[in-house]
Design a protein around this ligand. Sequence first.
Ligand code: SGN
Ligand code: CA
Length: 554
Amino acid sequence: MAGRLAAVCLTVALTLPGCATVSQPSGARPAAAERERPNIIFIMSDDHAQTAISAYGTEIGRLAPTPNIDRIAANGALFENSYVTNSLCGPSRATMLTGQFSHMHGFTQNGQTFDNTSWNWVRELGREGYRTALFGKWHLNYSPEGAGIDDWAVLDDQGKYYNPDIITPTGRSVVEGYATDIVTDRSIEWLEANAGSGQPFALLIHHKAPHRNFMPAIRHVQKYLGKQFPVPTNYFDHYDGRPAAAAQEMNIYRDMYEGHDLKMTVEEGADELRFNPWPDDFRRMTPEQRSAYFGALQDSNDAMNAAHMTERQLAVWKYQRYMSEYLGTVAAVDDSVGRVLNWLEATGEADNTILVYTSDQGFYLGEHGWFDKRFMYEESLRTPFLMQYPGHIAAGSRVEAPIQNVDYAPTFLDYAGLPVRETIQGRSLRALFEGGAPADWRRDIYYHYYEYPGFHSVRAHYGVKSGRYKLMRFYGDIDAWEFYDLETDPDEMLNRIDDPQMQATIARLKDTLVDLRRQYRDSDGPAVTDPLTASAKGKRDAQAAAGLASHAHH
Ligand code: SGN
Ligand code: CA
């Protein structure tokens, strides 16, 4: 209770002069001046869907709760409308560091090389007296060398779940253990060594999980095995009227690798895996890890092989296996968040620390039949965002104002007492906690995805989300507009671009899109007013799905 009173005082200290002295246990807190400059802990996972966090009130969250991530929502704020600008790892990370859209920082697609010497908020805080560190996935190039971060140890490229290669300023080595735990251990060791030095700190914890190929820690392999998760109603999507959606290659029952991703064996009693084009993920495990991991799946695999399922039954089985593996990896991320929160609470640093949990983008958990991300449809456009700062953000807040990952950099600058740079295209979130969204807060979300051709064959597109409506333009070899009313069609199944009743709204959204592209200075891709050129039909390789869908009606 005393802690809570102290927290309330922090927000009103300026107006209630007596307050600041009321509940200050002598010597237990940093000096008043440093209290103005909070520590920052930025925890980001990779591909974590909002729907897989229980604080978001979802059915998956009920079946696979994330009690520690939920603590952040209880201590602070949960953002109900948090979006990315380009649903892909590298572009998203560059956006979070720079506060710019992809076309401005230049990292539009994975595989490009980020210029580490570009301005980023972490270096800026370091220059102003913060101790800074990053542990986990970088994925913008080989390492953060030159990015101005004091201490770092990163996973190589996408990172491996077991016994990952870790790159540090002094070289590279294989570290035995489970990636999420290794990254957490390093982070807590760093906190132990650097917190309380009188300098504020900024620590970035970037997990690999729950990214493909979805390998839980040994302790979690069976956590959700056999649990029945609700199959999305559009799992067997027909993709009618959505040519780009029909042409993707990110379907769970068609494109997922049965060995590499789903760890399915070839036959009952066998331990040989089905399609496994990148054997390194399993080969690098120790014999003990391998036998514990696959041993835990053997009965489930044997039962699957013995059942001789129909194509449709197998598609549903794959969804359940995917959920079990994906959510199993989330369990260790949640453990990690718990360890960091426990550390903050035990050391008394919690009151002076901003802690954020987010992901580099959202993810499909079977909606439209998919895994992966990239599309501007809701499940990958949305990303989790939870933030606590006791005394400054009211416990249990729910923020409805739409935010985007361009807002993180200006937020951290703001709280560190630094001016916002002109190059930044987002806006500090601080006002949202202090009196609510300003009248001129953004209403419309701008999005632009570029990586095509590429993994999973998602066509380039840009678009706007404006309240209940969404308008997108796919371009390139599929040139097509899509329009959705999310209120009547939250699953985005009905493209109403040709619906006569919608033409006025569509025209209004096109104008908004023109304005946003001008405001953010994006001239990549066709202009909004350019007529469609290529066939809108696209490759209809959704036949397998359509076949399964019609099967569903019998
Ligand atoms: C890897 C994955 C893809 C994923 C990309 C991008 N394949 O290439 O499924 O879309 O990463 O992910 S994998 O089997 O090699 O892991 S991102 O998080 O980096 O954007
Ligand atoms: Ca990612």
